[in-house]
Design a protein around this ligand. Structure first.
Ligand code: HEM
Ligand SMILES: N[C@@H](CC(=O)c1ccccc1NC=O)C(=O)O
Length: 278
């Protein structure tokens, strides 16, 4: 094809003076105007775009998780599965993105790290929203957002309602399984306690998937999600160690040792315990 081929000859629309264009629809003027490096380091652009794209994917994950939870609540499991699959794919996407960031060397990062001040991913409210939505409700994580009333309100609204895992346990209850105290909870804000009844309930589901096909599929979607989420955490801590070693984090934590501790958090503990029982 010649470089001078003109697609308007076959009908490509080219006059957008009075029509909505691609950039108009996507508000690219806002997105592409939101990168403001604070240093002269050429690598800071990579760092900013990596985080901004992660936040966009997290926005979609929150949207899909919220819809999936509403669908489980009303018993529409098939659409919920589709949304949870999408969430797992989003995390796969986030996991691949580490490969781009890993091209930055420790000395390249050191050149602009000082400009970050005390800001840190630790203060990502969307990351906390994902954790709170799925069921990791550590209320101490609200503190960095106390200065921002609108973010605090959004996080509190999530905490006021059952988490994704709570919705799964309420469904088990509606299907006639004994889930112990999880059937009686009303204060969703407090983290739930692991329960032997819940392990026993999942055991019944896993022992006879053909009899509890939908519950089995839901359980496996949750395990899939946690699997990808763990990989995200692991990739994060490995990338962090590779770039800053054992330095303290800008957010004030011990850094790598804090992130390693977070690797131990289990979102759906009984779904992992049940494997030992089968
Ligand atoms: C050079 C790359 C990175 C370094 C050196 C780094 C370092 C750290 C450190 C040390 C912490 C612990 C909190 C602190 O004291 O600051 C942290 C937390 C966190 N970072 Fe990063 N990070 C990097 C990239 C990213 C990226 C790309 C994301 C994606 C959005 C991200 C998201 C987070 C989140 C959500 C936390 C809180 C984790 C939790 O509380 O469990 N980080 N990071
Ligand atoms: N906590 C990082 C800084 C950092 O990574 C960061 C800083 C500002 C915005 C996002 C960040 N990413 C993840 O923590 C550090 O200690 O170097």
């Amino acid at each position: 094809m010649s470089a001078s081929y003109d697609p308007s000859g076959e009908g490509a629309v080219t006059d957008f003076a009075a029509r909505m264009s691609y950039g108009d629809y996507l508000h690219l003027e806002k997105i592409l105007d939101a990168q403001t490096p604070l240093s002269a380091s050429p690598d800071e652009m990579l760092f900013i775009i990596q985080h901004q794209t992660s936040e966009l994917w997290m926005k979609l994950a929150i949207h899909e998780l919220s819809s999936a939870m509403a669908a489980i609540h009303e018993g529409s499991l098939q659409p919920a599965f589709k949304m949870l699959t999408r969430v797992a794919r989003i995390f796969e996407q986030l996991n691949s993105a580490w490969d781009v960031l890993r091209t930055m060397t420790p000395s390249e990062y050191t050149r602009f790290r000082g400009a970050l001040g005390q800001s840190s991913g630790f203060q990502s409210w969307q990351y906390r929203a994902v954790e709170f939505l799925v069921g990791n409700r550590n209320l101490g994580m609200l503190k960095p957002h106390a200065h921002d009333a609108s973010v605090t309100k959004r996080l509190e609204a999530i905490l006021a309602r059952p988490s994704l895992y709570d919705e799964a346990l309420l469904l088990l209850d509606r299907e006639g399984f004994d889930v112990g105290d999880d059937a009686k909870r009303s204060d969703w804000r407090q983290p739930r306690q692991e329960a032997p009844e819940v392990v026993a309930a999942w055991k019944r589901v896993y022992e006879a998937p053909e009899r509890h096909w939908q519950l089995y599929e839901l359980a496996e979607k949750l395990v899939d999600f946690e699997d990808y989420f763990r990989r995200w955490r692991f990739n994060h801590v490995t990338t962090v160690e590779r770039i800053i070693g054992l330095k303290r984090g800008t957010g004030g934590t011990q850094g790598v040792s804090y992130l390693r501790k977070m690797l131990e958090v289990e979102l759906f503990p009984e779904l992992w315990k049940v494997r030992t029982e089968l």
